[in-house]
Design a protein around this ligand. Structure first.
Ligand SMILES: NC(=O)C1=CN([C@@H]2O[C@H](COP(=O)(O)OP(=O)(O)OC[C@H]3O[C@@H](n4cnc5c(N)ncnc54)[C@H](OP(=O)(O)O)[C@@H]3O)[C@@H](O)[C@H]2O)C=CC1
Ligand SMILES: O=C(O)C1=N[C@H](C(=O)O)C[C@H](O)C1
Length: 267
């Protein structure tokens, strides 16, 4: 499968280039960066530490999309929405790991998915998608005597909060409980907050150092606590998930899919 990596010079971009280079059945045919980026013209493989691959980093997306079967996109929301239009026009699969997407952005991605396969997930790892499934199950088994708090920690360079994964886990908890997440989320606490409201789902964000990504869903009940935790130790878990999603997408009919679909975990 001929794949493009957009945001090629980023932390995930470089990881994706290495993963594509080492995956049977996948070939890197394009590497795209922002206009004016210092890496334009560099060999994508050398940039990623995979050795020369003969693919130059470019900011000219159109001709690259025309010769590919899929695009791997871990960039920023505005770029992802723009790439979704290009992928839809070219009828190629779009695998989206970008987080911090607004409801409006998601609507545009769903519209693009009428013409091409879109796989979008705030976390492409097997472990986190399993954690989301477990969170849904535990939330369904317990009543609101068990207070749900979601805690995440990431590296100091992360620009969005709470993480896409925390949002995903919050949605899973709300679905398990049979409530609407937007009616129950508590994003910050400071000062005289009053007592915790029954049924609230709280989110706490930590940032620092080089932490790849830690997530805990805590169910705090009467005299006991259940904590489900995932710790990412290497970005390869995300890039391998993304390449798996691209290979899964090949030949599939257009639509908006999740990593749970790719992994057969159901919703
Ligand atoms: N779903 C998942 O499993 C995971 C998701 N992520 C998400 O992926 C995203 C990227 O993370 P990370 O790699 O750490 O961030 P980085 O900032 O390291 O990488 C983003 C890259 O995208 C580039 N970029 C920005 N705008 C454009 C554009 N218009 N065209 C092409 N490239 C562009 C940036 O360039 P510049 O810096 O020059 O602006 C940068 O190189 C985040 O939203 C993060 O949360 C991360 C890990 C796993
Ligand atoms: O920005 C990151 O690094 C990560 N972002 C994703 C998120 O927002 O959940 C996934 C992962 O935890 C790493």
């Amino acid at each position: 499968m001929r794949l493009i990596v957009v945001g090629a010079a980023g932390r995930m971009g470089r990881e994706l280039i290495r993963t594509v280079a080492e995956t049977d059945g996948a070939t890197l045919v394009g590497a795209i960066e922002r206009e004016g980026a210092a890496e334009i013209g560099a060999d994508a493989g050398e940039l990623a530490g995979a050795g020369p691959l003969g693919v130059e980093v470019t900011d000219d997306a159109l001709p690259v999309f025309a010769r590919a079967d899929g695009v791997l996109d871990f960039t920023v929301p505005a770029a992802t929405v723009a790439f979704a239009e290009l992928a839809a026009q070219a009828r190629i699969a779009h695998v989206i790991g970008t987080t911090g997407l607004s409801d409006d952005d998601i609507e545009k991605l769903v519209a693009a998915a009428r013409h091409a396969v879109v796989v979008q997930s705030g976390n492409m790892s097997l472990g986190v998608n399993l954690l989301a499934a477990l969170t849904r199950k535990v939330a369904a088994a317990l009543d609101a005597d068990y207070d749900i708090e979601i805690v995440e920690m990431h590296h100091r360079n992360k620009v969005d909060a709470p993480s896409g994964t925390a949002h995903m886990l919050g949605r899973a908890a709300a679905e398990g409980r049979g409530v609407e997440i937007n009616d129950h989320s508590v994003w910050t606490r400071r000062g005289h907050t009053g007592e915790r409201k029954r049924g609230d789902i709280g989110f706490q964000t930590l940032r620092g150092g080089t932490v790849v990504g830690d997530h805990t869903v805590c169910f705090a009940g009467p005299h006991e606590r259940i904590e489900l935790t995932h710790r990412a130790e290497d970005r390869g878990i995300f890039s391998r998930g993304a390449v798996k999603a691209a290979l899964w997408a090949r030949g599939r009919k257009p639509g908006f899919y999740s990593m749970a679909d790719v992994l057969g975990l159901g919703e």
